[in-house]
Ligand binder design. Structure first.
Ligand code: GDP
Ligand code: IMO
Ligand code: MG
Length: 422
């Protein structure tokens, strides 16, 4: 399959987990390279629903190695619980999972700071997952973070943690929050460190050895292009490079070893959390929520829904260098009479064919829509391109043209088998 990077082309929750699961069949190794347990990737195997947060979705296939790369921030307590939860569901987690020794660790003060900063922002809040992601990446950039290699080294860890807790307790107190008890954090993290120690290794060297043996790598993006710290709708973003470039920095695999980029997108748009969403539409939100769909896999929050935004996705195709696109949740539009697609924006009297940088301008964008007739029949039983209604095929072809990348997969339901190769 060659080395493939899979990224979200919208605001996260595009169905990356499902497509990773499909593509893993032809890969040897699946690598997470960014984000943390803010991610929630849903995969159905038969009737069993798995939601992966830190562990790559490849874990659900036999004989695949899963790597949590250096670019990920790891809440070790949460990772231990996730591994235990997977084992309880009968998933083997052992030598098939490795964790980078240089990945940064998320601590309770990160979570506390995340929560309090959000609270203090009031109406300007980002709507984070409150998993401590922003503060953890902040510490990494400020060069005061602790890494997995610190966590598993018993003797020096205590000293380093003591310093970090002392400093962060001062900040927490100033914010009116309860300071953390050092002894408890140390105990909990030592315990998690002991559990995780066998998984921790030099994943950069491991990946290079694997490539020398001709193994195929699949990079599992988390979040989406417009949540990227550089390319997203700043400040309503996450704190990592979620886009394809992040796969190199977050794994140690250099750019010239990457062969293909696949972008995953819904046939419409969703966003969970605050921030502009130009094509947001109450009607389609109500429709999808009424079907019991579009509730967050990590926080359970209802996702905001809207029409497909071709302006945004065209930008995502460019930033990520997408060769192929996978369109998911086509079946979500099965009952819609007239489907709209955003093909431009208008702010005041001015027309934009790209996303304006200022978040205030983006919030004022009035989408310019193209309309497509709905197919108004179920698609979830389709297994081949020609099984899809003619109008659905026309809609998908139009999306392909509008965003400028080749359509290679269409998903018509959450199951593995509900996937059409184009
Ligand atoms: P991810 O974060 O990108 O992996 O996406 P999530 O798992 O957070 O959200 C995607 C949701 O859509 C999950 O509930 C999936 O099971 C579901 N899903 C993915 N593809 C399809 C599809 O084609 N049709 C339907 N009905 N559900 C899908
Ligand atoms: P997956 O991998 C959707 C959003 C949050 C918030 C913003 C910042 O499942 O697609 P953070 O906790 O990262 O500081 O929150 O980013 N967000 C996601 N939205 N899917 C995700 O991951 C997300 N991870 C973060 O809702 O708006
Ligand atoms: Mg998700």
């Amino acid at each position: 399959m060659a080395n493939t990077i899979l990224v979200g082309a919208q605001w996260g929750d595009e169905g990356k987990g499902k497509i990773i699961d499909v593509l893993t069949e032809r890969a040897d190794i699946v690598v997470r390279y960014a984000g943390g347990n803010n991610a929630g990737h849903t995969v159905f195997v038969g009737k069993t629903r798995y939601v992966l947060h830190l562990v790559p979705s490849g874990i659900l296939r036999k004989n695949k190695l899963c790597v949590i790369g250096n670019g990920v921030v790891i809440d070790p307590i949460s990772l231990v619980l996730e591994i235990a939860g997977l084992r309880k569901l009968g998933v083997k987690v052992g030598k098939n999972l490795v964790v980078s020794e240089t990945a940064h660790v998320v601590f309770p003060y990160h979570r506390e700071l995340d929560t309090h900063r959000e609270h203090h922002k009031g109406k300007q809040k980002i709507g984070t997952t409150k998993r401590g992601i922003g503060p953890a990446y902040g510490d990494k950039a400020a060069r005061v973070g602790l890494r997995m290699v610190d966590l598993i080294q018993g003797d020096t860890f205590e000293h380093k943690l003591r310093q970090r807790i002392r400093e962060n307790n001062e900040v927490l107190k100033a914010l009116g929050a309860k300071p953390l008890a050092f002894a408890k954090v140390l105990r909990d993290y030592r315990e998690a460190g002991e559990f995780l120690k066998p998984f921790v290794t030099n994943t950069v060297v491991l990946l290079h050895h694997a490539m020398a043996e001709g193994k195929d790598l699949l990079f599992e993006g988390a979040q989406g292009t417009f949540l990227d710290i550089d390319h997203g709708t700043y400040p309503y973003v996450t704190s990592s490079n979620t886009t394809a470039g992040g796969a190199c920095a977050g794994s140690g695999v250099p750019p010239h070893r990457m062969d293909r980029v696949v972008g995953v997108m819904k046939a419409y748009t969703t966003r969970v959390g605050e921030g502009p969403l130009p094509t947001e539409d109450a009607g389609i939100s109500d429709l999808l929520h009424g079907m019991g769909r579009e509730f967050g896999a990590t926080t359970g929050r209802p996702r905001r829904c809207g029409w497909f935004d071709a302006v945004a996705v065209r930008h995502a195709v460019m930033v990520n260098g997408m060769d192929d696109i996978a369109v998911t949740n086509l079946d979500g539009l099965d009952t819609v009479e007239t489907i709209r697609v955003g093909i431009g924006y208008r702010v005041g009297g001015r027309r934009y064919d790209h996303l304006p940088a200022a978040v205030e301008a983006l919030a004022q964008c009035e989408p310019i829509y193209a309309e497509f007739p709905g197919w108004r029949q179920p698609t979830s039983a389709a297994r081949r391109w020609k099984d899809l209604p003619v109008k659905a095929r026309a809609y998908l072809r139009a999306l392909q043209e509008l965003v400028g990348a080749r359509l290679s997969l269409v998903s018509v339901g959450p199951g593995r088998e509900q996937t059409i190769a184009v």
